[in-house]
Write a protein that binds this ligand. Structure first.
Ligand code: SF4
Length: 370
């Protein structure tokens, strides 16, 4: 059967122009994969990390979202070689007919033209310079960013377009762009949220196989803060039974404080659709004895409110003990005028996870067993 990728309308070029063929759209990719699986992406480049990178042309850079404290998100890549087992974005790979297991971490779509599209969108008179959440469905500083520099070029566009951002990452490569992050902060506001769910090395190796070590990430926070960037840490997600012990939480909060983070926030893991299927399969393979407890705890997308509040209460108590600021809510002013928004979530098909406000409670009333 013919490859639909080669036959798609956007690929229809005379042979003599073949070398300059445009990248396929994400729709072309989905059509090709539907007919021939990931193997149909014959132009995807396999690199030393064993992942395959398919360049695509996006039709828009900014994604509108609803029901979140921000209205726009930006993701230069889809899929993520960091491959965290709990990643809420796994399920979105299904939009491209790719699976939320191995293919989420090994078939990466690269939006080659995203910076150009972004500049056009930010130049429109109708653009209101609202906060853009960067990295809600992928990591903007996963290793391939070193080659394409799409996130960097998007930051340049944000400076020119005087548009505030809140960026979430697990990639220490973010320090490369501290100059631009400062430029965005001066022009309109910028906050960086480094995701460090735990500093426990064993938990890190189990749950986040492709990421830099937690200590490397915290050093990156230190570098950003020293440079003047408004940077803090999200302990998100905290994963029941893996990173919820008081000892692990305390070591993590202390390490975050020791590295000068300007704020800390936390969230307990939630499981939805494809992410749920992947995580339960991972448990069955690696930690089968934990499965019954997970079945009880995750009858719904979220664990029960009481459980989540216990975890949050513990983190709040530790945060006070170590003198850390809570993460700021969207649109709350900070000393750099950044419009902080540290929630990587969204309400759209394209993006990440909804998160409830972090309300207060008695921090001493904790004692969860798991
Ligand atoms: S780094 Fe973020 S986007 Fe990448 S797999 Fe981990 S949680 Fe998902």
């Amino acid at each position: 059967m013919a490859n639909p990728l080669a036959d798609s309308p956007s690929r229809a070029f005379p042979l003599f122009l073949d070398l300059a063929r445009p990248n396929p759209t994400t729709r072309d990719v989905a059509t090709a994969v539907r007919h021939g699986g990931a193997a149909a992406l014959s132009e995807a480049e396999r690199r030393a990390d064993d992942a395959r990178y398919q360049e695509v042309a996006c039709r828009s850079a900014l994604n509108p979202v609803q029901g979140m404290p921000f209205k726009w998100t930006l993701n230069a890549y889809r899929g993520c070689t960091h491959g965290c087992h709990y990643c809420f974005a796994r399920r979105y790979h299904a939009q491209f007919e790719l699976n939320s297991d191995d293919e989420f971490a090994s078939v990466i779509l690269v939006k080659r033209n995203i910076a150009e599209m972004l500049r056009k969108e930010l130049d429109r008179p109708a653009w209101k310079r609202e906060l853009v959440a960067v990295g809600t469905a992928t990591d903007p500083y996963q290793p391939i960013e070193g080659r394409y520099q799409l996130t960097r070029r998007c930051l340049e566009a944000m400076v020119a377009g005087r548009t505030p951002i809140s960026l979430v990452t697990k990639g220490p490569m973010v320090v490369r762009d501290r100059d631009l992050l400062l430029d965005v902060a001066r022009a309109s506001g910028a906050t960086v949220c480094m995701s460090v769910p735990t500093v426990d090395e064993e938990t890190w190796r189990i749950l986040e196989p492709g990421t830099a070590s937690p200590v490397q990430r915290l050093r990156a926070v230190r570098t950003l803060v020293d440079a003047g960037v408004d940077a803090g840490v999200l302990m998100a997600p905290i994963v029941p039974g893996f990173s919820t012990s008081r000892a692990k939480l305390e070591r993590t909060v202390k390490a975050i404080a020791d590295h000068g983070a300007r704020f800390v926030g936390c969230n307990v893991m939630y499981l939805q659709d494809g992410t749920r299927a992947h995580f339960m399969k991972f448990l069955d393979q690696e930690f089968p004895s934990m499965r019954p407890r997970y079945d009880r705890l995750y009858r719904n997308k979220y664990p029960p409110d009481a459980y989540r509040e216990e975890v949050r209460g513990m983190v709040r108590m530790l945060q006070q003990r170590y003198g850390l600021e809570p993460r700021r809510k969207a649109n709350e002013a900070d000393p750099n005028k950044a419009e902080a928004n540290n929630n990587p979530g969204t309400g759209s098909l394209e993006e990440g996870h909804p998160s409830k406000p972090q309300d207060s409670g008695d921090p001493e009333q904790v004692g969860f067993a798991w």
